[in-house]
Design a protein around this ligand. Structure first.
Ligand SMILES: [Zn+2]
Length: 117
């Protein structure tokens, strides 16, 4: 499962950040997942829940926001925004497109519990 290695990477980043802030508990995680990132949100959630058990995020809530595909037409300049895979400009039909958003998976937000002492 591709998602499991994505989540493994994500946990490395999250635990590193938590350590920097001297936190022992991650309480909330929000991911942004692009339509073209190659990851399926439902599988990411499953992988997250399997992986989190032995980590600082064992009780963390996960939220996944899907990021639509955003394309800019190099011919007419129009923007095409879609939740699925598109190959043509919605304005002029050109296939000469530049991808602006929708290909990445990244950590949008993370909340930590920080002890006072
Ligand atoms: Zn166009």
């Amino acid at each position: 499962m591709h998602e499991l290695s994505l989540i493994a990477n994500l946990f490395e980043i999250m635990e590193q950040k938590a350590k920097e802030k001297n936190s022992k508990k991650i309480t909330y995680v929000k991911l942004q997942v692009g339509v073209l990132s190659g990851a399926v949100p439902e599988l990411l959630e499953t992988a997250f829940n399997i992986y989190k058990k032995e980590t600082l995020a064992s009780e963390a809530d996960l939220e996944i926001e899907k990021v639509p595909l955003k394309l800019k037409c190099k011919d007419c300049g129009a923007l095409t925004i879609k939740d699925d895979l598109v190959l043509n400009c919605s304005s002029c039909g050109s296939t000469n497109l530049e991808t602006l958003e929708g290909t990445d998976l990244y950590l949008e937000k993370m909340e930590l519990e920080i002890e006072d002492s």
